[in-house]
Design a protein around this ligand. Structure first.
Ligand code: AMP
Ligand code: GLY
Length: 427
């Protein structure tokens, strides 16, 4: 099977590494890929947003399965374009990708499907949004409707802060057209969990629950990032709950989308807040999480190419998948300054030493080959991921591996997995 992975982050390196292990995969292309994906397949210099270019390449190269890493190409119609070329695509069509592409659409679908989510109102007029904020008071959450590169969500502690967010998004348009519509919603509190399910349009299989660490610094301090580390399984959502959780947050969405003529094929990611009143959905994503994908795939047992193809072609009942009993922890090593401006081009050393431990894989995200050297080219640079008999040992291994790797001015969180550890030690 010839497979094309679209994207260039740590998630795509993890997908590529696992796909390479599928016995049926004869050729693996990654567009545009990174320094890590170049070691397991062939990087193709086509941007993830260039749907026409990706489809033309896939057709010429005889690709038999396209796998979308990020959401952007899906919101631009990659799945339909591949279907027109007769190529199965792992990832939903443009309509269903709207679950991630438009928060207003996601809220509307959640409401129509009876999925538990924060109360909300949708606004296209800043004055109406501010009047509503006066009514609800703070804390309150203001979200830009469209894709804003993981930004665009302000959890406001005061009414003034919420109104400032409305002005930034709707009047100053700091996220461009993504902020023309905003959602104002009730602020929830609790621990977050990432609950993903593979879907083939009709059937679904829940994946092991993960926990991401979105804040830049230890103790969930600092600015929001794409994710500074993740681990799985996450005890915040025990395995015995997966079935019930899928009934509440996955099945109803799949049913609504299928009824509307857009069956969901790919991976549906529910971002949950485990509140005192029960789990609530904060958001849906239509792709694997990054970095959640890295620990997930390290624990996944099965032929990933066959599994993803089964999703794309409505045959998930034929897929065989299981899980290692070990825990996996992924620690992101980032360039200082991230998620703001950061330097690039720093040489990275020590990856081989870190991977001398067979239970460690260093997934590359923002890296690039420069002759013999591997240098940084992004904010999140590496996802150092380790397996261990339990969460504590996986964490220990991951940080031992981090200690062997160097690039100038890197930083990482030192507390990845600690919320899970605290939960495990509670009586
Ligand atoms: P989203 O992109 O909708 O997942 O939002 C990004 C982050 O903002 C989430 O991971 C939460 O940490 C936070 N967030 C989003 N919605 C809410 C909410 N209603 N209450 C509290 N925090 C929220
Ligand atoms: N790690 C969060 C996300 O991928 O959206």
């Amino acid at each position: 099977m010839r497979v094309l992975v679209v994207g260039s982050g740590g998630r795509e390196h993890a997908l590529a590494v696992k796909l390479r292990q599928s016995p049926g995969v004869t050729e693996l292309f990654i567009a545009p890929g990174n320094g890590g994906t170049a070691e397991v397949g062939t990087n193709v210099p086509i941007a993830d947003s260039d749907v026409a270019g990706l489809t033309a390449f896939a057709r010429e190269a005889g690709v038999q399965l396209a796998v979308a890493g990020p959401e952007l190409p899906l919101t631009l119609g990659l799945s339909e374009a591949m279907a027109e070329a007769g190529i199965p695509c792992f990832g939903p069509d443009r309509y269903a990708a709207g679950l991630e592409g438009s928060k207003a659409f996601a809220k509307e679908i959640m409401r129509a499907s009876g999925v538990p989510t924060a109360d909300f109102c949708i606004f296209t007029d800043p004055e109406a949004a501010c009047a509503y904020i006066d009514e609800t008071g703070a804390p309150v959450v203001v979200k830009a409707d469209g894709l804003a590169a993981g930004k665009g969500v302000v959890v406001a502690a005061t009414v003034a802060e919420a109104k400032a967010a409305v002005a930034d998004m709707m009047v100053k348009k700091i996220y461009g057209s993504a902020g023309e519509t905003v959602i104002v919603e009730q602020a929830l509190s609790g621990e977050e969990a990432s609950f993903l399910a593979l879907c083939d349009g009709e059937r679904y299989v829940p994946l092991s629950a993960c926990q991401d660490h979105k804040a830049a610094f230890d103790g969930d301090k600092g600015p929001n990032t794409g994710g500074m580390g993740a681990y799985c399984p996450a005890p915040v959502l025990p395995e015995s709950e997966y079935g019930r959780m899928a009934d509440r947050v996955i099945a109803p969405i799949m049913r609504t989308l299928a009824d509307r003529g857009h069956p969901f094929r790919g991976v549906l990611y529910a971002g949950l807040m485990m509140t005192e009143k029960g789990p609530m959905v904060l958001e849906y994503n239509v792709r694997f999480g990054d970095p959640e994908c890295q620990p997930l795939l390290m624990r996944l047992r099965g032929d990933l190419a066959e599994i993803l193809l089964a999703c794309a072609t409505g045959r998930l009942n034929e897929a065989m998948l299981g899980w290692s009993r070990q825990s996996a922890v992924c620690v992101v090593m980032a360039a200082s300054g991230y998620p703001g401006a950061y330097p690039k081009g720093m040489e990275i050393t020590g990856i081989d030493a870190a991977q001398a431990d067979p239970e460690v894989t260093v997934y590359q995200a923002g890296t690039r080959r420069e002759g013999e050297r591997l240098v940084t080219s992004g904010g999140r640079v590496l996802g150092v991921t380790a397996l261990g008999a339990d969460l504590a040992r996986a964490k220990e291994r991951a940080y031992a591996a981090v200690a062997k790797i160097h690039f100038d001015n890197f930083f990482c969180r030192t507390d990845i997995g600690d919320k899970g550890l605290r939960r495990e030690t509670k009586p």
